[in-house]
Design a protein around this ligand. Sequence first.
Ligand SMILES: C[S@@+](CC[C@H](N)C(=O)[O-])C[C@H]1O[C@@H](n2cnc3c(N)ncnc32)[C@H](O)[C@@H]1O
Length: 299
Amino acid sequence: MLGEIVDYEDYDYREFWSGKKRSYEHLSEIYALKKLVSKKGKRFIDIGGGYGRLSSTYINLFPQTVLLDYSLKNLSVAKKELSKRSKSKIFFVASDAYDMPFKNFTFDFAISIRLIHHLTQPQNFFDEISRILTPQSFFILEYANKRNLKRMGKFLIRKGTENPFFYEPSMIGKNIYNFHPKFISDKLKLAEFKILKILSVSNFRLNFIKNIINPEILSKIDNIVQLPLGLIKTGPSIFVLSQKRDEKIEKISSAIEKIPWKCIYCKSDIIDEKEDELICNQCGAKFPIIGGIYDFRKK
Ligand SMILES: C[S@@+](CC[C@H](N)C(=O)[O-])C[C@H]1O[C@@H](n2cnc3c(N)ncnc32)[C@H](O)[C@@H]1O
């Protein structure tokens, strides 16, 4: 395992977003995703999707959607909500994002929002996403930006101790990492991604502004400046749209009825699907389906 998993099992993540306190950030993120997500391909995955907070930006756009998270608690909330709203097929998968239970080239579009700040090995994470994506498919990443305007200002007047210009990630609190934009773009390139577009999001995340301007108006202003400020990447949250490079592969089957599962232990893709579990034909590993959630967490 690549570091401890921050799995949110003992944490009410929906509560974190309830009320008005973070409406501005939530709405700004929805605006950003609406600009970047497009109906390209057949299978979509939200990695570390939590309880499906951002699902309104992609639900029903693709014939198949996977919401993957390590937290059964978040996935259960998502299942209850999204099963009602989804007109296309939606799968709920409990798994570690570093080692996902899918064959190579399974998805045409992936997003991962507010997950990488919990990961100690970003390169392994990007390589894994690149593995499950088809050539030329798309990936939207959100990361917490250490080189944001507020931190740079604090550092320059010597109030902040951490140097925001330093390339390596900084740890904020117990288990949150902030990243330098150059660090992220270098790692994405190493995982064969080409950056297409960058948005700077939640640019007005300052209490004195949030206290005087209502979230609907503030997020509309954010929506307008996200692309121009993306050029200088000064917001606290950065959204990157990238594309996996082209690659010659054997023809991918166009049948989409089934998700091409892969055993996370022996890597075999011969998986039998029963009503309440998946069984690996090669090593015999069993993966329960609990209340409609496929459980691939390692025991
Ligand atoms: C801050 S929440 C973000 C959720 C969602 N993307 C959103 O923006 O509302 C981080 C999520 O990542 C999940 N997570 C943390 N580490 C993970 C890992 N290694 N693999 C899969 N999910 C993970 C947590 O369970 C949690 O639901």
